[in-house]
Ligand binder design. Structure first.
Ligand code: FES
Length: 131
C-alpha cells in the first residue's frame, strides 16, 4: 500500500489557498520543535464567517496537505466550526495519514485555533463563539 493517500498527494502537489492575506483579521503561527516545521494561517472574517483563508507552510508533505485541507474545511464556514476543527477531521478528510505523521495534522488544528485567538485579541468587542 502507498504511504500516502491520493488525496494527500493531490493536496501536497496542488495545495489550495497558499499565500498571505495582508490585511488578515487573525494570524496563527505554530511550529513543531522536533521536526522544525512551521505553519502560518491567515484568516479573513466577515460577520462570523471565515470569508478567506490562506496559509504558508514550511514543512513536510503531510504538513502541507494538512494545511491545504484545513483551509478547505473552514473556508466559508462559521467561526464555531473552525474552532472545533480537529486534527483527526483533517486527517480523515485526507483519507488518512500514516500514524507517525499524525502530528503534522496537529499543526493545522493549532494554527487555525491560534489564528482565531488572534482574531479575538484584535477584536475585543466581538463576542466569543464556543467551539
Ligand atoms: Fe513535521 Fe510533518 S514532519 S510537520
Amino acid at each position: 500500500m502507498a504511504l500516502y493517500s491520493d488525496k494527500v498527494m493531490d493536496h501536497f502537489r496542488n495545495p489550495r489557498n497558499v499565500g498571505v492575506i495582508e490585511d488578515a483579521d487573525g494570524v496563527g503561527e505554530v511550529g513543531n520543535a522536533r521536526c522544525g516545521d512551521i505553519m502560518k494561517m491567515y484568516l479573513k472574517i466577515d460577520d462570523g464567517i471565515i470569508s478567506d483563508v490562506k496559509f504558508e507552510t514550511f514543512g513536510c508533505a503531510s504538513a502541507i496537505a494538512s494545511s491545504s485541507m484545513a483551509t478547505e474545511l473552514i473556508k466559508g464556514r462559521p467561526i464555531s466550526e473552525a474552532l472545533s476543527l480537529t486534527n483527526k477531521a483533517v486527517a480523515e478528510a485526507l483519507d488518512g495519514l500514516p500514524a507517525y505523521k499524525m502530528h503534522c495534522s496537529v499543526l493545522a488544528e493549532e494554527a487555525v485555533r491560534l489564528a482565531l485567538e488572534d482574531y479575538y485579541a484584535r477584536h475585543p468587542m466581538v463576542e466569543r463563539t464556543a467551539g
